[in-house]
Design a protein around this ligand. Sequence first.
Ligand code: FAD
Length: 474
Amino acid sequence: MTIALSHACTNPFLSSSSGTRFRFKPRSSTQLSPTAPPLQPTSLPKTGVIVIGAGLAGLAAATHLNSKNIPFLLLEASDSVGGRVRTDIVDGFRLDRGFQIFITAYPEAQRVLNYQALDLQKFYSGARVFYDGQFHTVADPLLHFWDSVKSLTNPIGSFTDKLLIGSTRIRVLTKSDEEIFTAEEIPTIELLKKIGFSDSIVGRFFRPFFGGIFFDKELETTSRLFDFIFKCLALGDNTLPAKGIAAIPEQLAARLPYDSILLNSRAVSIGFDETETPSVKLQNGEIFTSELGVIVAVEEPEAVNLLAGRNGPVQKKPCRSTVCLYFTADPDQIPVRDPILFLNGSGKGIVNNMFFATNVAPSYGPPDKALISISLIGLHGDVSDDDLAAKVAQELSGWFGDKMVRKWKHLRTYRVGFAQPNQSPPTDLKKNPKVDSGLYVCGDYLTSATFDGALVSGRRAAEALLRDRLSTRA
Ligand SMILES: Cc1cc2nc3c(=O)[nH]c(=O)nc-3n(C[C@H](O)[C@H](O)[C@H](O)COP(=O)(O)OP(=O)(O)OC[C@H]3O[C@@H](n4cnc5c(N)ncnc54)[C@H](O)[C@@H]3O)c2cc1C
């Protein structure tokens, strides 16, 4: 089964047990009832701040407003919160909508999330690279010293490459995030060459590893993002929340007032009256006005549409896409028990990376089953779902043996058209969130295209709005 992510499917985590449209009760059930007739301009319901979009950026904006006791209404087009960070339960498996890793060193995440409650399950700090018909381990020397010593002679990179990884780590650790985000930038591939990494380690390790993080095989993504991720990887663990990646936005949503989030509520336009008070019109015709301002927290292409003609964002570069295929197997039909990421360093085939999700987080599957997650870069739109699953299985037969892979059962495929904004140079990772008087934007396309960037941008938009409001009242 394939899910194209513009067609969201139900997430049993958040769908209402009563079967009604809203998981979070509206602020006033009469005002916001889905069956209420469209409101007349004279009876517009007012709210403090309207936030459009309940992905991480919108949730972070709402979290900041809530911490300052500012009333707000969070409008979300889909049936749940989280945006791109969602998990579906299918046959007892937790399927994240695309392979996502939570790095514990993300600085904003450390400030706003309760890690203990997320019950984070760690990956091995390193990777196993498939190259020349064999697997080779690349290990973090600080965490897996002996594995890294053993890896010194493997063909993934030269001894010099391994020293250069150490010096790159020191370079990024001595810079503040502010310095990293405002530093001179070049494409990541050029940075790697400038540092002096060999073609072997670039092709066999950096290309699949960072290509998988940026969904960008060519490594055109800005060196600023490379440095930021490299620093976070050096400082923290790669993890998955035990209940799925969606546990992250759900934790933020659960802390907001119960009636502050309106699901299944797509904003279609934003208008201003003669007193410059912004209002938001929903697809069903309802209109909400805001006393304090509107924060648009939708993904880049949608923000371009919503804010057309308003000095809003302009999408100049094609976005990054990915496909994630899930297979299941009996526990004795997978080759390892390690919570390790496998990378395709061969330069051939369509698989970029894969891992055995239940090895990292057993809670991702029923007790007697293994879950296998395989990621491709790009949408592969010219290949049918069945053919794609067959192609992937055939390719992995070359990795793990046909006898084993033949027994894996294809469960679901997610094609994610807009996985990340394109962040190749030139970038401005500290964009001003203000679009107009009372109108602000946030989202990962304004900062770093990461969980952390989305959280930072949401807080910044809420801060900017409150600063402006205080200054106009002073
Ligand atoms: C497959 C995949 C893997 C990833 N892996 C990682 C990773 O490992 N590590 C990492 O740090 N980051 C990763 N990311 C990136 C990260 O998920 C995003 O940067 C971040 O979640 C973006 O959050 P956002 O709030 O800016 O946008 P979104 O999550 O896109 O949220 C926007 C929200 O707005 C809603 N919306 C849109 N239009 C409207 C409208 N008109 N009215 C009302 N609501 C609307 C949408 O439904 C959505 O809920 C990954 C992303 C994907 C897709």
